[in-house]
Design a protein. Structure first.
Length: 143
């Protein structure tokens, strides 16, 4: 069983490097074009040169301690025009404006639902009261 362990570790590293390379956006790959890295990983995977080269030289660098999260990193580095500075949601005027707009839509929807509920309640009351004698008084029960 232990004699298969080195082969399995090499295979795992090979697969990890290949999938990581495929999932990395083209504009974040360092050194060579992405397609070149894919071929290097596939051709030199069995001797560990390809996967190790990808992890050392081709993979994008990310900040760790005190740095941004990967989603923030992608947002900051895709050229969104925000100056590359991450802004907290409670300081972002676009986000706050979108909250106000959603709140107005929700309030309008709630008012419509309340009006519909009142209308349905009135219809039910009229049906339950039955026919009236024209003056709003119900006829006496038969019997």
């Amino acid at each position: 069983m232990l004699r298969y362990l080195p082969f399995l570790l090499i295979l795992a590293l090979w697969i990890y490097a290949f999938i990581d390379c495929l999932n990395t956006p083209e504009n974040q790959v360092r050194g060579l074009p992405k397609i070149a890295w894919v071929f290097i990983i596939l051709l030199f995977g069995e001797v560990l040169i390809g996967p190790v080269a990808w992890l050392v030289a081709g993979r994008p660098r990310r900040e760790h301690a005190g740095g941004s999260t990967p989603s923030q990193w992608h947002r900051d580095h895709r050229g969104s025009g925000s100056g590359g500075k991450w802004v907290a949601p409670d300081d972002n005027p676009d986000f706050l404006r979108s909250l106000k707009d959603e709140n107005k839509k929700d309030e309008a929807l709630l008012k419509d639902w309340e009006a519909d509920l009142r209308r349905r309640e009135e219809e039910l009351r009229r049906k339950e009261d039955g026919p009236s004698d024209g003056e709003g008084n119900n006829p006496p029960p038969k019997g």
